[in-house]
Every structure is written in structure tokens, then in C-alpha cells.
Write a protein that binds this ligand. Structure first.
Ligand code: 4AD
Length: 551
């Protein structure tokens, strides 16, 4: 009779052979594997400390038989299940093989398809067209498949019927795959709805790139309501969503209309450098970089460069990234933002304020009248009230009075006094309560930048302005600039800056000075106001802020 060995401590059922050198762990398994064999179990010798292999006891053998029966049943069940799965797989493979026989071939006798972008579907109703894009939505039922196609310029519902719907590529189609579809655009009958009130009856389509299914599927990567930081890791994918892509579309139009406004006003675009060796808005927010062994910075503002352009080009503007190593972790601070800045010569402070109002009103009206952006703004911000001229104008001291009257304290929790900074929270409370655009002017010298011109009637304050908008607060900062050489040099020294580094900027006051002023608009803050976004992070393509510089 053959023998099998069991050691409940050192043995293994799954990895052993049942020999003395490689014993099983349980008697049940040993019996299940070798029903005829004699079972030897490793146990303590009676009346001794020693261990030895000895024949299994009758009671243990009885218990082992039960266990062995259980194992045999389990194995039978598993074998049955495997057989059933095999049949199912064969069936599925057969079905797929049948679907593979359906070949999607273009009917050459049809009129040639005109290649179009989805923005022009309305002009191509009743035409045979070829459209390409990403599968934005997809459903397939009762032999009909519906693909909502997206190409970045618009959306189009397409309908696949017959073989097109049945084919294997349609059965396996996934969201965000790319497809090329040909067919005729038709107006939808009353009562049916789809983007633009039309749909494309497809007669041919092909898949260009199949997106993953299963665990890697798009919907698993980008889940609505997921943690903002996870969504930012997947920004390249979240950008494809309807909301973010709408914001980016309005953003592009905003920059377009800003440029148009400046062109109409005869203000010239220039492109100042981003890598600089001078500061504008204080050393604490400078990003330093090693420039071939010299210390340099990422620009905080192009203002100083714009000023130098005035004698050469007249009024100028730029749309340039500005960088701030912000200590503030707020919903309106980014480390990199798109700064729209302008500098205007030979004008008064009041003229600059009028110009700012005109800029806002013109650009916002243009956006609202824009056939693409107008509806997007309405959708994202249904309660938006466009600003009208004149804006509410308020001096810093009047703001302090207002805040004190309304029991809003300063940063120390006390009543505001002259010279206090109006921090973000207080500023927001005031702006949200007044709920209109405000031009807040005449800030004290000590809380504003070194280059700002003092008011002729009160040297304690400057010809400075912040434009405040409901829901965001400050979206623009500007001022008239010191135009007297000696006064500017004194201000530079007071700030502990090296005048030699700024010779190119102070020279403007030497070689034909002039009254001038300018301002900077934060593009993302304008968008947060216009589109009612909670944070400026939602208004930047790939936002950078403390702790985030990727992807
Ligand atoms: O008030 P700021 O710092 O002014 C300047 O930089 C001037 N040199 C501009 C000029 O006169 N040419 O910034 C101007 C605007 C702010 O009103 C705000 O909208 C935006 O730039 N801004 C920021 N936006 C996002 N994140 C930040 N960290 C920002 N800092 C300023």
C-alpha cells in the first residue's frame, strides 16, 4: 500500500507532493488526492517529547473522509463552471465572427461627402458630409446606435442603423474613441431634440482610434465630483468636458475681443520678455531662476517694459504670462496667470478710469453678442448682469467708512483706519454686498507699489485704482506712474532697490517724460466673474498654484 505524509505545521496542500520530504498540510487533502493510500501524520510520540510519522487515528480518518468528500464536490463544481464558461466564450467568439463578416463599405455611388467641422452643420443641412471627432456620448439599442460626436468646434448627433449599428466595431465602440462618419445632415422632426436641432444619418463610418474599455475606460479616469486634485492630475482628459471646454472657448474669445478693443483704440500689441532681472510688485512673490549663473526672475508684470515702449510706439498693451510665488492659498491666486496689461501716455487719471470702463463694457457686450460665447455665458452664469457705464466710483477712505459702518473688521479684528490694507475677505464682502462693479481709487502710498503717482491734492494717497467685481473682488490693478525723475529715484531707493538695475526704466523720465498710466487685468479673474466659476483655477488651461506644477 502506498503512503502519503501529512504535517499540519510545515506541510502544504497546494505546493507539496505528499512525500515525507514534502508533506501535505491536511489529512482531508491527502485522502482526496490518494483515497487508497495509508495516511501517516506527524505527531508527538506517546509519553515522549519526540515527534514521528504515525498512522492516522480512526477518528481523524473519519473527519478526513468528510473533508475529502467536500473537496471532491468543490472540484466537480469548478470543472462544471469552467465548462460553461468555455461554452459561453465559444458562443461569444462565434457571434463576433459573424459580426466580423459585416464589412462596412462606402457606397461609391453616393454623392461625394463634403469635409466639414461641426461648427458649420447648420449651413450643410441636407448635404452629404464627412465629419470627424471624438465619441462624446454613445448608446446602442434595438439595432440603432447613437453617437454624439464632438470635434472641439461643436457637437452633432449621428445615427447608425442596419449593418453600421450591428458591426463589431460598433458593438465594441467606447467613449472618446475617434471616428470619421459620412452621411446626410437632416433637420430633426418636431418633438425630437439633439444639439443644433439636426442629426446626421450615417451611411458609412470608420474608427480612427479606439479608446480603452474596462478599468482604463475614460469614465473611470474622469469621474464627476471626484477630488479636485485627482481631476487636476487628469486635466488633459477633464478639459474634454462640456464645462471646462466652454470656459476655454470663452477665454479665447475674451482675449480676441480685448485685442479687438485695443486695435480700435489704436493701442499696439507688444511682447515683453518673461525672464527678467527687475521686480515690479515686491520681492516676496518673485520666482527666482538661474540665468547662466546670474540671478533672474520670472516676470511679475510687464508694466515697466510697456512704459519704455510709449515714446517709440505710443500706447501699448500685452497679453503675457505673469508669475507670482504667492503665499496666499486662495481661490483667486495662481502662481502663473495671463496678464493683460496696457500703458497709455498723455492722459489724466480720470481719462484712464473712463478708458477702463469702456474696455470692460465693450468687451463684455461683444462677448454676449457673440453667437457662440453669448449662449455659453448664459448657460454657465444665467444671472450675469453686464456692467454699464459709469461704474460706481469709490475712494479708499470711503471704503473704510463703508466697512466700519457695516461692522466688517480689518485683519487685526479692529475698525479700519487710514493705511490699513483692505484684505481679500473684507473686499469681497463689500463688493458682494454692493453687487456692482466698483472703481476703488486713491489708495495710501504705503500700501501701494513704489511707482505710483501721488495725488496732487493729497500726497498721502496715490492715483491708483482697483476694479472690483462681485463674486471675485479685485480683477484689475492700475495707476498713474511717477513721471518725475527725482521722485522716482527716491521711491526706488525707499524700496531698497538698486537704481542701476532700473536705468532703462528711469530713462523714460530723463529722455522726454510724460504723464502716463496703465493697468493689469487678471484674465482668469475676469473669467471667474463672467462665468461664475468658484475659483480662478477653473479658468486656466493647466493651472499652477502652490504645490501644483503638473501635468
Ligand atoms: O495688482 P497687480 O499686482 O498689478 C500689477 O502687476 C501692475 N504692475 C499691473 C499694471 O499696472 N500693468 O496685478 C494686476 C492684476 C490683479 O488685479 C489681478 O487681476 C491679477 O493681476 N493678479 C492675479 N491673478 C491671479 N493670480 C495671482 N496671483 C494674481 N496676482 C495678480
Amino acid at each position: 500500500m502506498s503512503k502519503v505524509y501529512v504535517n499540519e505545521k510545515s506541510g502544504s496542500d497546494s505546493e507539496s507532493a505528499g512525500s515525507q520530504e514534502s508533506p501535505y498540510q491536511t489529512p482531508a487533502y491527502a485522502l482526496y488526492k490518494s483515497p487508497e493510500a495509508q495516511i501517516l501524520v506527524y505527531k508527538q510520540k506517546e509519553g515522549s517529547d519526540e515527534f514521528e510519522y504515525a498512522e492516522i487515528s480512526a477518528s481523524a480518518l473519519k473527519k478526513a473522509k468528510k473533508g475529502a468528500d467536500g473537496l471532491a464536490k468543490k472540484a466537480q463544481k469548478q470543472a462544471k463552471q469552467a465548462e460553461e464558461q468555455k461554452l459561453r466564450d465559444q458562443e461569444a467568439a462565434k457571434k463576433l465572427a459573424e459580426l466580423d463578416l459585416i464589412k462596412i463599405v462606402e457606397d461609391e455611388s453616393l454623392p461625394k461627402a463634403k469635409k466639414i467641422k461641426l461648427r458649420s452643420i447648420q449651413e450643410n443641412v441636407n448635404q452629404r458630409v464627412a465629419v470627424s471627432g471624438w465619441v462624446h456620448r454613445f448608446r446602442s439599442q434595438k439595432g440603432v446606435a447613437f453617437i454624439t460626436l464632438r470635434d472641439g468646434t461643436g457637437y452633432l448627433q449621428t445615427v447608425l442603423t442596419g449593418d453600421l449599428a450591428k458591426a463589431r466595431i460598433t458593438q465594441e465602440l467606447t467613449l472618446e474613441s475617434t471616428v470619421i462618419i459620412k452621411g446626410v445632415i437632416e433637420k430633426l422632426p418636431e418633438g425630437k431634440s439633439a444639439p443644433g436641432g439636426v442629426e446626421l444619418k450615417a451611411d458609412y463610418y470608420e474608427v480612427c482610434g479606439l479608446a480603452p474599455s474596462g478599468e482604463d475606460a475614460f469614465t473611470n479616469k474622469v469621474q464627476e465630483g471626484a477630488d479636485p486634485s485627482l481631476l487636476l492630475d487628469q486635466r488633459h482628459l477633464t478639459l474634454r468636458g462640456e464645462t471646462l471646454s466652454s470656459v476655454m472657448r470663452v477665454r479665447a474669445a475674451l482675449l480676441g475681443y480685448v485685442r479687438k478693443f485695443y486695435e480700435q483704440e489704436g493701442i499696439l500689441e507688444v511682447t515683453p520678455p518673461c525672464m527678467v532681472q527687475s521686480q515690479v510688485e515686491g520681492g516676496s512673490t518673485l520666482f527666482k531662476l538661474d540665468y547662466y549663473g546670474e540671478e533672474a526672475y520670472m516676470t511679475q508684470s510687464s508694466q515697466l517694459y510697456l512704459e519704455t515702449c510709449l515714446p517709440a510706439l505710443g500706447d501699448v498693451y500685452c497679453v503675457q504670462e505673469s508669475f507670482r510665488a504667492e503665499k496666499s492659498h486662495t481661490r483667486r491666486h495662481l502662481s502663473e496667470y495671463t496678464h493683460i496689461e496696457a500703458e497709455l501716455a498723455f492722459l489724466t487719471f480720470d481719462e484712464m478710469l473712463d478708458h477702463l470702463e469702456k474696455l470692460f463694457v465693450t468687451v463684455v457686450n461683444n462677448l454676449l453678442e457673440d453667437s457662440v460665447c453669448g449662449p455659453l455665458i448664459k448657460k454657465l452664469n444665467p444671472n450675469f448682469k453686464p456692467p454699464t457705464q459709469p461704474f460706481k466710483r469709490m475712494q479708499y477712505v470711503e471704503a473704510l467708512e463703508w466697512l466700519n459702518e457695516h461692522g466688517i473688521p480689518n485683519e487685526e479684528g479692529e475698525k479700519f483706519k487710514f493705511g490699513d490694507d483692505i484684505a481679500e475677505a473684507a473686499e469681497r464682502k463689500m463688493t458682494d454686498t454692493l453687487n456692482v462693479p466698483i472703481l476703488l481709487t486713491r489708495f495710501p502710498v504705503e500700501i501701494k507699489s513704489f511707482y505710483m503717482k501721488k495725488c496732487a491734492d493729497d500726497p498721502r494717497v496715490t492715483e491708483s485704482v482697483d476694479v472690483l467685481m462681485p463674486n471675485v473682488g479685485e480683477i484689475t490693478g492700475g495707476s498713474m506712474r511717477i513721471d518725475d525723475y527725482d521722485e522716482l529715484m527716491a521711491a526706488i531707493k525707499r524700496e531698497n532697490l538698486d537704481p542701476a538695475v532700473y536705468y532703462w526704466f528711469t530713462d523714460l523720465r530723463k529722455y522726454g517724460t510724460c504723464p502716463h498710466g496703465g493697468y493689469g487685468l487678471g484674465t482668469e479673474r475676469i473669467l471667474a466673474w463672467l462665468l461664475d466659476r468658484y475659483t480662478v483655477r477653473d479658468c486656466s488651461l493647466y493651472p499652477r498654484f502652490t504645490g501644483r506644477c503638473k501635468p
